[in-house]
Design a protein around this ligand. Sequence first.
Ligand code: ASP
Length: 412
Amino acid sequence: MSLNTQILVAAILGLIFGYVLNLFPNGAFFSASLYGIGIASSIFIGLLKMLLIPLIFSSIVVGVSNLQAGGQFVRVWKITVMCCITTTTLALALGLACAHLFEVGKGVDIAMFQDAMTQHQSPDTLTPSSFITNFIQNTLINPFKAFSDGNVLAVVLFALFVGVALVKGGERFKAVRSLSQQFFDIMMMMIGWVMKLAPLGIFALLAKLVATEDISVLSRLAEFAVVVTGTTIFHGAVVLPLLLWVFGKMNPITFFKGTKTALITAFATSSSSATMPLSLKCAQENLGVRPQTAGFVIPIGTQLNMDGTALYEAAAALFIANLMGLDLSLGQQLIVCLTAMIASLGAPGIPSAGMVTMIMVLQSVGLPAEAIAILLPIDRLLDTVRTVVNVQGDMMISVVVDHHTKQAAEKT
Ligand code: ASP
């Protein structure tokens, strides 16, 4: 059985096993199984996290210095930013349009959520301006602190500087450049080892998720869950593949075949950061994206490009407004889009990060932050699908960027 097939089978078995455990939540078998799958999933996630920061640092340093040396850095940067903005804007528009179309939250009795909302500890106010200030303060920091805290954005920024400096220094820094390349190759080799554990890790993660989540809570918010998940799937299955086909000249089936491992891992972990090592490997080895492009675009996209999160936040804001009987004006909806875009840029790629940045979106149009208490019980389940689309978007953008820069490089 190929690794891809093993992962698929493991995912299905994990879901079934988790469901069985969910049916018999008491007893020794449940506790022992939960303990076992807890250990297996922690080992898998732990190994991915162990490699994440050194991998991000080395892949950006190597990617940027190679792109810069080939005179392509600015072009790659511009196309990456353009793609991120375009796909996120489309996701936001889709989220709002579907929330309107299906009138999510209208007619639902808010009284049944009153308890959850009163018990919810009201979080600190999170305005766009305080968010941007925090963002800067957390990004421009001592790189060693960033490494040890696992602060992805700060590491990305520091690596960008180092990569550019390596090229500006030319021959003088040749040894550091080749050392970075070798360090990056070592990381990729280790990812290959971790991937061998992926079937077990994914089985354990999915079994744990299904065994411990109260799936019945979905029924209270069934309409919203179906609309948001359906719209997110539409974005991932129709909008992004269409863009990939038109602008990246790649057959979507080839894309999905090559990225299956990363997409299933994203579903199981709900973390685009933890999935990043696999996204990088899939893009390079299965989609043929040049290492310098993938090594630059994927780590940056993991942090900055989150279509699924943006879509979710826009739709959820409308859902809460409807639930409270408020009609958001067109101007307010534009504010929702803008803050959801900032929120998706700043959200770290970890489970339920979108819920935290969501507070800013709600407050931007005067909705109470406590309202996230309504969505919290179902968030971990909805997070699975939006993380898949976040990760898919990163790999897709790397294909589009590579297609355009490869052509330019061949012409010169
Ligand atoms: N879990 C998502 C991710 O890692 C972020 C979110 O909560 O929306 O991409």
